[in-house]
Design a protein around this ligand. Structure first.
Ligand code: 0A1
Ligand code: ZN
Length: 884
């Protein structure tokens, strides 16, 4: 049966201010697993600023059982309101302040969508962003309705010794004559319903404190399952570092007396910034040397910071509507990236962020799901928590910071905080602050928020020796994306340098401007010529340094120039970028070559350049590790753009790995042997860098000589005294078909089967094998006693990793990989559409495949779209994937 009721599209241009406002919310929540009873009293009044004031009141509500309703204490008769699946409509309201009281019941134990009130390992918790509050109470569930909340929670004492909600605890006690107790919380700050949270359960609590720069002492609490207290230290350290950094870098202090974090096992996303009560997926809280890798430590640090930073960018200043999501997300990602850059290595952080941006956002922008940083329409808002809104949104803020300079940007942020504190704001409001602080007209820049797609910048240069002029011609273009056939020119800030013979930066004396203090040029026209004067020696241009603009740069620069920059550009980002360019070119040629053989000459040249980098004592280990990693298979596929054969890409990339592994064997061996084993573990960046370099070396060694490499890796696995070393060995072993792989995987399982986060790692290791048998293994694991399709982390670990990290097997020519994932989407869609729809985005590049695979993917997608009862979430992703 084909879906008949096509979900409605919601448009930014249809925004209307709410007809009613809710000043105060008082909730009384009597928790019970199957029937939680919620009384909600809303102090409501007509919105004088809205033409809809005086009209019917339409409250959102989903899956609620309405038990009673009254206005100012008078019960409503049935003809005074109507109910459908998504709304409670009160036909007529007196045109004055009223108190509407509803009493509803919900069943948390049956909530597997993990939106609204649900149970995770017996702990009651909530998730209200974006539209989950309507599953708790009838409400104007939209971010421009800001209210003060008072929440009374009540539960059985033995079941839920802790009762938590936003703000301050004002009263708590036992209910005499019963086994129940209660707590009352008041949040003094106005907030939209999506920031509401409550948690009730039997949890352990780790406490610390932070004194703000104005001298207020803030209680910090992290709640976790009993027995996991020792794994909270890193999260607490990260939280305190984030609080301090926001004071120093942005002048932002925390504004309540208590800040709570709760870690739960079942969560649809990473974490949530509920006011004063952040709720986290426990994988972004729990860490110990023997359970978390260096990467996990770094992720925890940045997610803790991200959620904390939302207190100002998201909570104090929130979004007028969900189209403005990047207002809080892009800005907060920018802030967490800056935090990590300041406390770790800036170049290493930048390279890692750009890798992620390319892998996720560029891929999104290149396919049928492309959308602007601020979308203009959606069917299901949960589908728009995307790399474009988050990561490209952060890039747009970064470009503003580049254009305004550090001081100018800080001034603009100060204006933003002062002007909009307490507001539900728009992207226009934000950009206006940037304009007012700088005196610049940012109307052309604003297109970055509205245009989908990755711009291409073509650079051509020549050195006019006799005139002493270096001439750079830049051309911008932006290919059509769904719904946007033509595009205006963007304002593109390009940081750059002209690099002299020994790596020095020459002065940039731009004709018509003079010597640039800030080495950034702005490309604003379709084609623009920049002439630099007094260039007496032939320079090598280094463009888009630090990836100042999220564009695809193509140039007529020679391989020799790229190799030169790889060795001596003062901008570390571009050293890495040039290495990636060279490697991509070599691999791309091998893809087209018979047997995917790599050119020995090209590989040798590349290997020599890499050798010099690895031997340079002035470079950080973490940077060298990034230099030693080849571009990913999906990056290569995206560069090819059409007629993609994932198996050919894998083979060609492997051929270069093998060549490097053989050629650099001695150097790699030296690096490998220098990797310390045993000893105390510390997650600090220098130690983590040493480990990542060692593991990058292992990856190439194993490519050069699989048999001896596998033995090395197995030895490393058995000798490991921390999770980073274990996973370093397993990550390479997991990708080669050898007995050592099976031995290590089963040893890992035996030691860690009782730790869910480690079982997830194990599932992923099984799912990423690029060789025959992977599909059967994944199918087998879906029957494993530890697989549970209702737990998002487990589904992502096994199925999500298979689809996203195993391009060869997901794209098996038989179509079996597509079918496997589709089967999971179908099941999941029945109870957790958010996670199902996200899984479905893995098909987004199907049109770029070679014809055989393309046809298989098309069949699978069509079947998925045309199912009866497909959710709005999944329907939107699949139908757009098929159309675009
Ligand atoms: N605002 C959170 C992300 C988030 C979004 C939706 C969620 O549930 C559907 C949960 C979390 C953040 O940016 O961290
Ligand atoms: Zn966020």
């Amino acid at each position: 049966m084909i879906r008949t009721d096509t979900p409605q599209t919601i448009r930014l241009t249809d925004y209307r201010a709410p007809g009613y406002l809710i000043n105060h919310v008082s909730l009384n929540v009597r928790l019970n697993r199957e029937a939680t009873r919620i009384t909600a009293r809303l102090d409501l009044l007509p919105n004088p600023a809205s033409p809809d004031a005086g009209g019917p009141l339409v409250l959102d509500g989903q899956g609620l059982r309405l038990e009673a309703i009254n206005i100012d204490g008078v019960p409503l008769t049935e003809d005074q309101y109507s109910l459908d699946n998504e709304h409670l409509t009160i036909h007529k309201l007196p045109q004055r302040a009223v108190c509407i009281e509803t009493e509803t019941t919900v069943d948390p134990s049956a909530n597997k969508a993990l939106s609204g009130l649900y149970l995770s390992n017996g702990v009651y918790c909530t998730q209200c962003e974006a539209e989950g509050f309507r599953r708790i109470a009838f409400f104007l569930d939209r971010p421009d309705v800001l209210s003060r909340y008072r929440v009374r929670l009540e539960a059985r004492k033995s079941e839920a010794p802790q009762l938590l909600s936003n703000g301050n605890l004002v009263m708590a006690g036992d209910i005499v004559g019963s086994d129940r107790h209660f707590a009352i919380w008041e949040d003094p700050h106005l907030k939209p319903s999506y920031l509401f949270a409550m948690v009730a359960g039997d949890l352990a609590c780790v406490e610390d404190s932070f004194t703000t720069r104005s001298g207020r002492k803030v209680l910090l609490q992290i709640y976790v399952e009993h027995g996991k207290e020792e794994r909270c230290g890193w999260a607490m350290t990260s939280l305190k570092a984030a609080m301090k950094w926001d004071e120093e870098r942005f002048g932002r202090e925390y504004d309540l007396d208590r800040f709570m974090i709760v870690a739960v096992s079942d969560f649809n996303m990473g974490a949530m910034e509920n006011k004063g009560l952040n709720i986290f997926n426990d994988k972004y809280v729990l860490a110990s040397p023997d359970s978390a890798t260096d990467q996990d430590y770094a992720h925890i640090e940045s997610v803790i910071a991200h959620e904390y930073f939302h207190n100002w960018t998201g909570n104090r200043i929130t979004c007028r509507d969900w189209f403005q999501l990047c207002l809080k997300e892009g800005l907060t990602v920018y802030r967490d990236q800056e935090f990590s850059s300041d406390i770790r290595s800036r170049p290493v952080k930048r390279i890692s962020d750009v890798k992620l941006l390319r892998a996720q956002q560029f891929a999104e922008d290149a396919g049928p799901l492309a959308h602007p940083v601020r979308p203009s329409s959606y069917m299901e808002i949960n589908n728009f928590y995307t790399a474009t809104v988050y990561e490209k949104g952060a890039e747009v803020v970064r470009m503003l910071a580049t254009l305004l300079g550090e001081e100018g940007f800080r001034k603009a942020m100060d204006i933003y905080f002062a002007r909009h504190d307490g507001d539900a704001a728009t992207v226009e409001d934000f950009v206006k602050c940037m304009e007012d602080a700088s005196g610049r007209d940012l109307s052309q820049f604003f297109h970055w928020y509205e245009q989908a797609g990755t711009p291409q910048v073509m650079a051509q240069s020549r050195w006019l020796q006799s005139e002493g002029v270096f001439e750079l011609t830049l051309t911008q273009s932006l290919a059509p994306t769904p719904g946007q056939p033509t595009k205006p020119d963007l304002d593109i800030p390009l940081a750059m340098g002209l690099v002299g013979p020994v790596g020095e930066d020459m002065p940039l004396d731009l004709e018509g401007t003079g010597v640039l203090n800030n080495p950034v040029i702005e490309l604003r026209e379709a084609v623009q010529v920049f002439r630099f004067r007094n260039v007496r020696q032939r320079p090598v241009p280094s463009l888009n340094r630090g990836f100042s603009a999220p564009v695809r740069l193509v140039s007529n620069f020679s391989a020799a120039d790229e190799v030169a920059l790889m060795g001596r550009d003062s901008d570390p980002f571009n050293r890495w970028e040039m290495a990636q360019n060279r490697a991509s070119e070599i691999i791309t040629r091998a893809i087209a070559a018979p047997d995917h053989a790599v050119s020995a000459d090209l590989a040798r040249g590349y290997g020599e350049a890499l050798k010099r980098v690895l031997a340079d004592n002035g470079l950080e280990d973490a940077f060298k590790a990034l230099m030693a990693m080849l571009p990913g298979e999906q990056d290569l596929a995206r560069e090819l753009g059409s007629n993609v054969d994932p198996a050919a890409i894998h083979a060609a990339r492997d051929a270069l790995r093998r060549a490097l592994g053989t050629q650099l064997e001695a150097e790699l061996q030296r690096i490998w042997e220098a990797l310390p084993t045993g000893g105390a573990y510390s997650p600090d960046p220098a130690s983590a860098g040493r480990r990542s370099l060692g593991h990058a070396a292992l990856d190439l060694l194993i490519a050069g000589d699989a048999a001896s490499g596998a033995q090395l890796a197995l030895g490393h696995f058995h000798a490991a005294t921390n999770m980073t070393d274990k996973m370093g060995a397993l990550n390479v072993l997991a990708r080669i078909d050898c007995p050592q792989r099976e031995e290590a995987l089963s040893a890992f399982y035996d030691s860690h089967r009782s730790d869910p986060l480690l079982v997830d790692k194990w599932m992923t290791l099984n799912a990423v094998a690029p060789f025959e048998g992977a599909i059967a293994r994944v199918r087998e694991l879906m029957q494993h006693e530890l697989f549970d399709i209702t737990r998002p982390n487990r589904v992502r670990a096994l199925i999500g990793s298979f689809a996203a990290m195993n391009p060869v097997q997901f794209n098996a020519p038989s179509g079996e990989g597509y079918e496997l994932v589709a089967g999971v989407i179908e099941k999941l869609d029945g109870f957790n559409p958010q996670v199902a729809a996200r899984l479905a985005t893995n098909y987004r590049s199907w049109r770029a495949l070679e014809p055989g695979r393309r046809a298989k993917a098309h069949d699978t997608l069509t079947r998925l779209r045309d199912r009866a009862n497909v959710s709005r979430d999944t329907f939107e992703i699949i139908s757009k994937s098929l159309e675009g």
